[in-house]
Design a protein around this ligand. Structure first.
Ligand code: GLN
Length: 385
């Protein structure tokens, strides 16, 4: 049998999804793979029924159904403070997973260098390698997850084509400040690089932090390839609706990549999701209030269980320090915790390029009832300190 492609040997299967399998094996409460418990809003589900009863069952226009793009342009123009044209500035993709891959393949030639902040969402390393680019990692150091601007400059000096910015960040919960974004923006202009953003948690940012879109900073729309999705904002991770937003020159190139990768996102779901994109401003307030309660609930239990962590500023993940348990092996700890404590988390090392083995990632996109149950179980950890 011939060998499979060499490039696949440079990354592993998703540890996040592996931990879901481990969780199922031990019937643990799954706080590993981060997706919400909730259904999409009822009126979106009603729209989905109407869409399926209608006649949009064949391919939509490859870069996105016109109604969907118009609604997306209206919503994102409002939040991003930009005037986005549904025909010029966007490609609709199968989730932000495809959006990121499209962005990477649009920006990079084989051999180009790409800066990735570490810890990072595990897809970015794989995306970089699959697109033939070479990752350069710049640490966001725990417990504060700040970066050193000089270290970032030294990375840019190696000659980079793009920087990946996950903001709010998975897995650290960091929200980049306006000042930090300005530093990144200035370096990307100085070294003529793209910034590829992953902003899927754009509506889950806890005050006083605020979400600043990289593309909205002066001179940055031209060099930012903004990726996001409807998954987290409307609790529809299985609908696989994402998008790339950029200037027309970049979008024409991205359309080609997307067309040959997937042709398009599901036509009836694009139709139905218009109802989500047209939800009133209060929806976003309620979403944030629900996640704030969940964050405070889980963090309260972590406090009681004696786990330290950096309080999430955004997204729905928290990296907790397990050093107090004498655990130098986060993977073994996560397997043990799923089995003995009944709660599944992701070993922090799967997000770090550096050898960091004292953190585990919990997600809190679960109902308050389930988080309470998980929290009660985590209290048992005290016996093992
Ligand atoms: N983004 C989620 C996480 O980080 C889900 C990952 C996935 O399985 N696609 O856990």
């Amino acid at each position: 049998m011939p060998d499979t492609a060499q490039r696949l040997q440079n990354f592993t299967e998703s540890v996040i999804r592996e931990m879901t399998r481990v969780s199922n094996q031990y019937e643990a409460i799954n706080l590993s793979q981060g997706f919400p418990d909730d259904n999409p809003p009822a009126l979106v589900l009603e729209a989905a029924h109407r869409a399926v009863d209608g006649d949009c069952h064949q391919y939509a226009i490859t870069w996105g159904a016109p109604r969907f793009r118009r609604a997306l342009a209206r919503k994102q123009s409002r939040f991003m403070g930009l005037e986005l044209d549904p025909d010029q500035h966007m490609v609709v993709t199968c989730g932000s997973t495809e959006a990121m891959m499209v962005a990477m393949m649009t920006a990079c030639n084989p051999g180009d260098r790409v800066i990735i902040f570490s810890p990072f969402y595990e897809n970015y390393g794989a995306d970089t390698i699959l697109s033939g680019a070479v990752p350069i990692y710049v640490p966001l150091r725990p417990p504060t997850y700040d970066f050193d601007p000089d270290e970032l400059r030294r990375a840019f000096e190696q000659g980079v084509k793009a920087l990946v910015l996950c903001n709010p960040s998975n897995p650290s919960g960091k929200v980049f400040t306006r000042e930090e974004l300005h530093i990144i923006a200035e370096l990307s202009r100085e070294f003529d690089a793209y910034v590829i953003t992953d902003e899927v948690y754009e509506h889950i940012v806890y005050p006083p932090c605020e979400h600043v879109y990289m593309a909205s900073l002066p001179g940055m729309f031209e060099r930012t390839i903004s990726c996001s999705s409807l998954s987290k904002t409307y609790s529809m991770t299985g609908w696989r609706l994402g998008y790339v937003i950029a200037v027309p020159e970049v979008i024409s190139a991205a359309k080609k990549v997307h067309d040959f990768l997937t042709v398009g996102a599901a036509a009836p779901l694009q139709e139905a999701a218009v109802a989500a994109l047209e939800l009133p401003p209060e929806y976003y307030g309620e979403l944030l209030a629900a996640y704030t309660r969940r964050r405070d609930l889980l963090c309260g239990y972590l406090d009681k269980a004696g786990l330290t962590y950096a309080r999430p500023q955004g997204a729905y993940y928290v990296l907790a320090d397990i050093s107090a348990f004498g655990a130098g092996d986060d993977t073994a700890f996560c397997h043990w915790m799923a089995k003995e404590i009944g709660v599944a988390a992701v070993p922090g090392s799967s997000f770090f390029h550096e050898p960091v083995h004292h953190l585990v990632r919990f997600h809190f996109a679960r109902s308050e009832r389930i988080l309470k149950e998980a929290g009660e179980r985590l209290l048992k950890l005290q016996e093992y300190r």
